[in-house]
Design a protein around this ligand. Sequence first.
Ligand SMILES: Cc1ncsc1CCOP(=O)(O)O
Ligand SMILES: C=C1C=NC(C)=NC1=N
Ligand SMILES: [Mg+2]
Length: 220
Amino acid sequence: MNQDQIRHYLQMYLVVGSVNCKASDPITIVKAALSGGVTLVQFREKGADALQGTELLRLALQIQALCRAEGVPFIINDDVDLALEIDADGVHIGQDDENAEAVRAKIGDRILGVSAHTVSEARFAMQQGADYLGIGPIYPTHSKDDAHEVQGTAILCELRENGIHVPLVGIGGITEERAAEVIKAGADGVAVISAITEAKDVHETVVRMKSKVGNTLRER
Ligand SMILES: Cc1ncsc1CCOP(=O)(O)O
Ligand SMILES: C=C1C=NC(C)=NC1=N
Ligand SMILES: [Mg+2]
C-alpha cells in the first residue's frame, strides 16, 4: 500500500478491545467512533478479562463488519492467524511478537504496523517491510500494563531528525488536548484507546480530535 494512503489511515486511529469498554459496550463505542470519523480501527483484545475463543472471534467479526460498512480498514493486534482467518485488512505487532519479516510473508500486501521505541528498532522494522510504526507511550497510559517508559513527543522528533520519514502514529495517553502536539512533533496521526472508549460522548470526542489533527497537519 502506498505511503500516502497509510498516512491518511493513521490520522484518527482507534485501538479497541472489550477490556477498554467499561462504560458502554464495544459495538456501541465502535459505531459512535466510526460515525465521528475514525480513519483506522485496530482490534486489541488483551488483559486480564480479555475474551477468548468463539466470543473473541464473534466480536472481531462484528467490529470488522461495522468497519467494512464504512470503508474503514480493520486490523488485528498481535494475532496474525486470526487476521488471516477473517481476512482482516492488516495486523499490528510488537517487538516481542513474531518478527515483521515473517509476518509480511504471511499477510502479503495487507497493512503491517510495528511498535518501535528507538531509532534502531524503527530502522529495523522498516527494513523488514513495516507500513507504519506505532511510537510510544508518548504520555502515561493505564491501557497497557506492560508499557515501556513514557517517552514524550521527543521520540517523534528524534525519529524524524534521524531520517525516519515513514508513516508514524503516536500512541499512549493521547487526549484531545494533546493531539496537536503529537502531530507537531512529527506524527502522521494519533492512536487512541481510553480517551475515546471512556469518553462521555464518543462521537463528539472523535470529531474534535480528528479536526485538531487535520488542522495541525495542514499547518505543519
Ligand atoms: C497499546 C499501547 N501501546 C503503547 S501505549 C498503549 C495504550 C494506549 O492506550 P491509551 O490511549 O488509553 O493511553
Ligand atoms: C502497541 C501498539 C502500538 N501502536 C499501535 C498503533 N498499536 C499497538 N497495539
Ligand atoms: Mg503485541
